[in-house]
Design a protein around this ligand. Structure first.
Ligand code: PSV
Ligand code: MN
Length: 404
C-alpha cells in the first residue's frame, strides 16, 4: 500500500462527507481479546493434528498472544480457561502477561471435561456433582481476583440426549440456584458473561440453549450479569445482528465470541465464511455506540475471539481473524447514519439497502494500512508476523504442545 493510495482514499471519503479522523480514532481504540486455547493444539472428535511450535504451557500461550498484539496493536488481553491454564502461581502468570504488555481477560471455567459431568454439571441430577461444579465456578472467581480479571465467562455444556432423560424445570432451578451463588461471590466491579449454545455436546436439549434463556438468567441475577454471543452457537440462518441489537437495547450485551461457522460450532477464522454477516453485526455494534441510549452498554462489550484451529497455523489464523474484525468494523463505520435514517423513514428500501451495501463494498485496506502506520505498525500484520524471527523461533518447541 503506497502513501498515495492511502491519501487518495482519505480524500475521496472526505469529499463524501466522512469524518475520517473519527473513524481512525475508533479503529485505533478497538480492543480484541484472544483466547489462550486458540494457541494450543485442537481438532475435531476425529483427530487432533499436532503442529510444530505450539505452546507447551500457559506462559508460552501468553507469549504467542503477545506476538498477535505486537503486529495488530489491538489485542492487549488474553482469556484463560481453567484448568487448561491452571498454574501454581497466578501472580507469576499475571506478571508474565504484564511483562509482555498484556493483561489477563476473561476467566472461563471448564464444566465439560470431567468424567462426572456426563449428565451435566451445575444441572446434574446428583447433588454432589452440582456442588463440585459450583466449587469450580467459585475457584474461578477466586482466580479472577489473583489475575485481576473483571469477567467470568460461562459456557455451560449441560443438556440431555433423550426425551424423558431428565426434568427440564428441575434443571432450570438448579442452574438458577448455582448462578445466584456465583453472582454473589463476584467482586464488586466484575461481571459474569452468560454464553448460550443451541446444541452440542448435548443433542436433545441444552440447558442454556439460546439468547432468550441467557437473557432471562442475566435479568434475574442483576446488573453484573450479561449475555455473551458466540457467533457459532445459533441455528442455520439465525439473524445474529437482530439478537445483537435487541440485547444492546436492553443493556444486556456483555461479550462476543467471534469466530465463523458453516454448519455448526465450526470455530473457523472470523469472517472466513460469511463476511457480510460479520459486517451486519458490526453495523449494529457501531449503531449502538453512536446512540446515547445504548452507548454505555456498547462501549463495555468485551470483544473476544473464540477459535480452535484444526488445520491452520495458530498465530497467523488469529491475526487473520483480528484483521477481519477490523475490516468489518471499518466498513460499518463508513455508513452515513443520517442518510440511512432518512431513507428508512421514507421507506426507501432500495436506497437504504444500497447505503449499507456501498459501505460493505468499499475497499478499506488503505484506511487500515493508514491506521496501522499511525499506530507505528506494519500495514500488513500477517506479513509482519510471518517475516518475524518469532515465527521461526517457536519451531524449537517441537511437536506436542498443549491441546484441550
Ligand atoms: C463452546 O463451544 C465454546 O464456545 C465456549 O465458549 C468455550 O469456552 C469454548 O468454546 C472453548 O471450549
Ligand atoms: Mn464460545
Amino acid at each position: 500500500m503506497t502513501q498515495d493510495q492511502m491519501s487518495l482514499w482519505v480524500k475521496v471519503q472526505e469529499e463524501k462527507g466522512l469524518d475520517v479522523e473519527k473513524v481512525k480514532s475508533r479503529l485505533k481504540n478497538m480492543e480484541i481479546e484472544t483466547p489462550s486455547w486458540g494457541y494450543g493444539d485442537s481438532g475435531t472428535r476425529f483427530k487432533v493434528f499436532k503442529q510444530q511450535g505450539v505452546p507447551r504451557n500457559p506462559y508460552e500461550k501468553l507469549e504467542d498472544a503477545a506476538e498477535v498484539h505486537k503486529v495488530t496493536g489491538v489485542c492487549p488481553s488474553v482469556a484463560v480457561h481453567i484448568p487448561w491454564d491452571k498454574v501454581d502461581d497466578y501472580n507469576a502468570l499475571k506478571k508474565h502477561a504484564q511483562d509482555l504488555g498484556l493483561r489477563i481477560g476473561a476467566v472461563n471455567p471448564n464444566l465439560f471435561q470431567d468424567d462426572e459431568y456426563a449428565l451435566g454439571s451445575l444441572c446434574h441430577p446428583r447433588r454432589e456433582v452440582r456442588e463440585k461444579a459450583l466449587v469450580h465456578m467459585l475457584e474461578c472467581v477466586e482466580i479472577m481476583g489473583k489475575v485481576d480479571s473483571d469477567s467470568l465467562s460461562l459456557w455451560l455444556a449441560d443438556g440431555t440426549n433423550y426425551p424423558g432423560q431428565d426434568d427440564f424445570r428441575k434443571r432450570k432451578h438448579f442452574l438458577m440456584d448455582a448462578l445466584t451463588q456465583v453472582y454473589e461471590a463476584l467482586p464488586e466491579d466484575a461481571r459474569i458473561l452468560i454464553e448460550y449454545k443451541m446444541f452440542e455436546p448435548a443433542f436433545y436439549h441444552t440447558d442454556l440453549a439460546d439468547w432468550g434463556m441467557a437473557y432471562n438468567y442475566s435479568l434475574k441475577l442483576g446488573d453484573k450479569a450479561q449475555v455473551l454471543v458466540d457467533l457459532g452457537h445459533h441455528a442455520q440462518g439465525t439473524n445474529v445482528a437482530h439478537i445483537v441489537a435487541t440485547l444492546l437495547d436492553e443493556g444486556k450485551l456483555g461479550g462476543f465470541h467471534f469466530n465463523n461457522r458453516k454448519y455448526a460450532d465450526d470455530d473457523l477464522m472470523v469472517g472466513a465464511i460469511d463476511p457480510y454477516e460479520l459486517f451486519q453485526i458490526a453495523l449494529e455494534l457501531v449503531a449502538g455506540e453512536q446512540d446515547p441510549a445504548t452507548a454505555d452498554c456498547a462501549q463495555n462489550i468485551s470483544y473476544m475471539i473464540d477459535q480452535s484451529h484444526c488445520i491452520e497455523p495458530k498465530i497467523p489464523a488469529m491475526i487473520r481473524s483480528v484483521m477481519n474484525i477490523q475490516t468489518a468494523f471499518a466498513k460499518a463505520l463508513l455508513v452515513p447514519r443520517e442518510e440511512l435514517k432518512l431513507a428508512q423513514e421514507a421507506g426507501d428500501v432500495i436506497r437504504a439497502e444500497g447505503i449499507v451495501r456501498e459501505a460493505f463494498e468499499t475497499d478499506v485496506r488503505p484506511l487500515l494500512a493508514l491506521v496501522r502506520q499511525e499506530m507505528g505498525l506494519q500495514p500488513d500484520p500477517l506479513k509482519a508476523y510471518l517475516e518475524s524471527p518469532y515465527s521461526r523461533k517457536i519451531l524449537a518447541r517441537g511437536i506436542g504442545g498443549q491441546s484441550w
